[in-house]
Design a protein around this ligand. Structure first.
Ligand code: C2E
Ligand code: CA
Ligand code: CA
Length: 604
């Protein structure tokens, strides 16, 4: 309570103290402000009329100070002018009490304002608590939001990572799929894909034409220019085929130089596209530094045939291709029922041949070879025969080509050599003088394509324990057509070991006469077609062959002599040896043995 008038001060002090209030007093503004620096009361009763600083000033000061700003101030005033009261209220006072004081009024106003103040404070406290709670909530919310966004970020990152992993997996899967269904070298479809595609077409009843395309002489390109060039050629061929075929079908590589084309074009249209593909391949290819030209053959299978599975389609395409290749370069063959029949027979024959070798169904006949001048026996040609259990005796022309194709010829020719050796030893045991006798054995040309052929032959001949001079190896002319360094090497090795070699069927093949002298040969056999074509006044070809052979230092054997006249004519032409039905047919062992025993002249 700040009151200048001590009487008034006392009255109010007593009233308030009696009611139980603690009352601090001051009689002027300055003292009051000093005391209020020390303590903050619940309520201030402030007289307006003060010495020094008056009540308005003090009130203004109190309201400026944060510590006291909220303390309710009640003015004590004797002045009842409205303006004064308004000024006090405007300065922040809550009420006023007019002098002279009425105890009841003072108390009730003081009580009222204390109550109000306490309510205010509670409200403030509650407010503060609320705002604290709000702040705390906000913080939590903020935190939550942060957490949320971190979470969201993480989820997004994880999703992104998962997506990428998925993408990678997809790519890998696609690569694997591509690898599984494409040929690594050419990028074309591979066998698996083609088979799947054909199977689908078959089961969904789509009409298609399938054909095999096989390059001619691809092997020789590989041999001559190396495998890398061979690969390059296959890539270029693949590219040409694919580009040309375009939307007219699909092309894949089955392996090696064999391609498969599947097209919806049928009949003549299908054949036309095959022809055009072959034409495309006839343009030269550039392989690094080499320019090469190739050909191709095509075997076509029309889908009108009733097929149950893809194997049958591929088998038949292969049959048609086989026929095309037999005809020659750049040929197209459409499968016919006849071809199927022949192929079936071939397959049966092949099976029989394998069994025949196992069961030892073969035997040899020996056809005498005679010195034309003296008509003396100089040897035999061993000729193989097949004693088929159902078909009887099958001549070699019917199974030798198949044996060559299937590789069975190796076993057959080895068997012949063994049989000849066995016969030789048997004749020796019988006391026959074989010094002047040679046995001719036919060797298929394809043996020479084998790297270790010479080694194998040498081992075999060693085991057989034969004098090399007892054997003359007959090799058909075709060997010299595609002769390689390996062939020449093998021939030289054979000669060095003492074996005699001669060219069989001379004149029927494509002997390059210019290279004849480079081969280590001891003789040649004039094919029987020349002998039978000879007439009394025309024997120019035979005469020329004999002259050529003698010039090269080779013995000449004329084959297929069927009459006395031919024998005589050949003798007159200077031909050394002769062989043919006129002298003797191929003989069984007893007759051949008898000839050797008797050592008679063979005069037809
Ligand atoms: P080639 O080597 O030219 O054998 C001669 C063929 O002419 C033999 O037929 C023989 O019987 C036949 N011949 C002999 N003189 C006459 C004649 O005066 N007139 C007629 N028309 N033919 C005569 P073959 O035994 O049927 O042999 C055919 C071919 O089979 C042989 O032709 C030979 O290339 C091959 N060959 C035979 N035996 C073997 C063998 O053991 N191994 C191999 N790789 N091929 C063999
Ligand atoms: Ca022969
Ligand atoms: Ca011959």
């Amino acid at each position: 309570m700040i009151e200048e008038n001590l009487n008034n001060l006392k009255i109010l002090f007593n009233v308030l103290r009696d009611e139980g209030y603690r009352v601090l007093v001051a009689t002027d503004g300055v003292t009051a402000l000093e005391k209020l620096d020390q303590v903050v009361p619940d309520l201030i009763l402030l007289d307006l009329m003060l010495p020094g600083r008056d009540g308005f000033e003090v009130c203004g000061e109190l309201k400026q100070n944060v510590r006291t700003a909220d303390v309710p101030v009640i003015f004590l005033t004797g002045v009842t002018a409205i303006a004064t009261k308004q000024r006090g209220l405007a300065l922040g006072a809550v009420d006023y009490i007019t002098k002279p004081y009425q105890a009841d009024e003072v108390l009730s106003r003081v009580q009222l304002h204390l109550k109000l103040q306490s309510l205010q404070l509670t409200l403030q406290a509650q407010n503060q608590k609320l705002s604290q709670e709000i702040t705390a909530r906000r913080i939590i919310e903020g935190e939550l939001q942060k957490l949320n966004s971190t979470l969201e970020c993480r989820v997004q990152e994880r999703t992104e990572a998962l997506f990428q992993a998925l993408q990678r997996l997809k790519e890998q899967d696609e690569q694997l799929r591509h690898k599984a269904y494409h040929d690594l070298l050419t990028g074309l479809y591979n066998r698996s894909w083609l088979i799947q595609h054909l199977t689908e077409s078959l089961y969904t009843g789509q009409q298609k034409t399938t054909f095999f395309l096989d390059l001619d002489r691809f092997k020789s390109i590989n041999d001559r220019f190396g495998h890398l060039s061979g690969d390059l050629l296959l890539q270029q061929v693949a590219h040409r085929l694919q580009t040309f075929l375009g939307r007219n079908g699909v092309v894949g590589r089955l392996g090696g130089d064999e391609f498969l084309v599947i097209t919806p074009l049928q009949g003549q249209e299908g054949e036309a596209i095959a022809k055009q593909l072959i034409e495309q391949l006839r343009f030269p290819f550039q392989l690094n530094h080499y320019t090469v030209q190739i050909g191709a053959c095509v075997g076509i299978v029309p889908t009108t045939a009733p097929y149950h599975n893809v194997t049958e389609i591929l088998r038949d395409a292969d049959i048609a291709l086989y026929q095309a290749k037999r005809i020659g370069s750049n040929t197209i063959v459409v499968l016919t029922p006849q071809m199927q029949q022949q192929a079936l027979e071939r397959i049966t024959l092949e099976g029989d041949l394998r069994r025949g070798i196992e069961q030892d169904e073969f035997f040899l006949q020996y056809q005498p070879i005679v010195a034309l001048k003296t008509r003396q026996l100089v040897g035999f040609e061993a000729l193989i025969r097949w004693n088929h259990p159902h078909q009887g005796c099958i001549p070699p022309a019917q199974f030798i080509p198949l044996a060559e194709e299937t590789g069975l010829i190796q076993q057959l020719d080895a068997w012949v050599l063994k049989a000849v050796a066995h016969q030789w030893h048997s004749w020796q045991h019988q006391g026959i003088d074989l010094d002047q006798i040679t046995i001719n054995v036919n060797l298929a040309a394809i043996h020479f394509q084998q790297r270790d052929f010479f080694k194998q032959l040498e081992i075999l001949l060693l085991q057989l324990n034969l004098p090399p001079s007892a054997i003359k190896l007959e090799i058909t002319e075709s060997l010299f057509l595609e002769s390689s360094a390996l062939t020449l090497y093998t021939l030289e090795q054979l000669t060095r070991k003492g074996f005699k070699l001669c060219i069989d069927d001379f004149g029927t093949g494509y002997s390059s006469l210019s290279r004849l002298h480079t081969f280590p040969m001891q003789g040649l056999k004039i094919d029987r077609s020349f002998v039978s074509a000879m007439s009394e006044d025309s024997s120019v070809i035979v005469q020329t062959i004999i002259a050529l052979a003698h010039h090269l230092g080779l013995d000449v054997v004329a084959e297929g002599i069927e009459c006395a006249q031919q024998a005589e004519q050949l003798q007159n032409l200077g031909c050394d040896l002769g062989q043919g039905f006129w002298f003797a047919r191929p003989l069984g062992i007893p007759q051949a043995t008898q000839l050797l025993h008797e050592a008679v002249l063979i005069c037809g």
